[in-house]
Design a protein around this ligand. Structure first.
Ligand SMILES: [Zn+2]
Length: 234
């Protein structure tokens, strides 16, 4: 799912009552398309006079909407950021960014609500996922108007996917092109190129694509839709 501001605020209110005794004040939500993180709790730390320490304020919850993710991952991301908010808002001291206090809250909420919040930095997880992507293949399943189906493997670059998608739709009588990202070795036998050549297949239902991730391709963009059955981590 791609969450909206309203959705995030609704879940925030719900989690606030359920896990934080309703003590957290509402926080402005901003949707982000930046690369490298799923969620972020931003705030400023201001010095309170000469000897009185610091106060955290101007909180803003940023949630990334660049990637279509399963709802549970969106929930865990909101909760992860809410723990940061809980600690910073109360000015609690923790041993590190995801220190003892953060972990204690994480373990408590995971147990109370059957969530799967993790401490690993979202940036690293995304980087890992992107590294993982480099091993796979981009496969187009081409459905022709006459009922035939064909396979085409395209190099793993967005410009090639966009080019091939548009060129094939112009060039062939096509009903639909479904795009997949897969690391299944089955597709190694097809040459990877941008040539307008499609390999017809007799039984498309037997292609090993059930665990593949879908790619949503339009005129201008390619979006990865994560398949929850595949253990690709974010
Ligand atoms: Zn964090």
């Amino acid at each position: 799912m791609i969450p909206t501001v309203e959705y995030i605020q609704k879940r925030f209110d719900e989690f606030n009552v359920r896990y934080f005794g309703g003590q957290l004040p509402p926080v402005p939500v901003k949707l982000s398309h930046a690369k490298g993180f799923l969620g972020k709790m931003c705030y400023t730390r201001r010095k309170q006079g000469l000897f009185r320490g610091y106060k955290n304020e101007d909180f803003q919850l940023r949630i990334n909407v660049r990637i279509d993710l399963p709802e549970t991952v969106v929930e865990d991301t909101i909760l992860h950021e809410m723990i940061h908010y809980f600690i910073a808002y109360n000015n609690y001291h923790d041993t590190s960014t995801h220190g003892q206090l953060f972990r204690r809250e994480m373990v408590r909420i995971n147990a109370e609500g059957a969530h799967h919040i993790t401490i690993s930095h979202r940036l690293n997880e995304t980087e890992q996922a992107q590294a993982h992507l480099h091993k796979g293949r981009i496969v187009a399943l081409v459905h022709f108007e006459d009922g035939q189906t064909g396979v085409k493997v395209v190099p793993k670059q967005i410009k090639h996917i966009l080019y091939w998608h548009k060129a094939a739709l112009r060039h062939f009588p096509i009903d639909a092109i479904n795009w997949y990202y897969t690391d299944d070795g089955y597709f190694a036998k097809y040459p990877s190129s941008i040539a307008l050549r499609v390999f017809l297949i007799s039984d498309p239902a037997e292609l090993p694509l059930t665990n593949a991730h879908r790619l949503l391709v339009t005129d201008r963009q390619v979006r990865l839709q994560v398949n929850p059955r595949n253990n690709l981590r974010w």
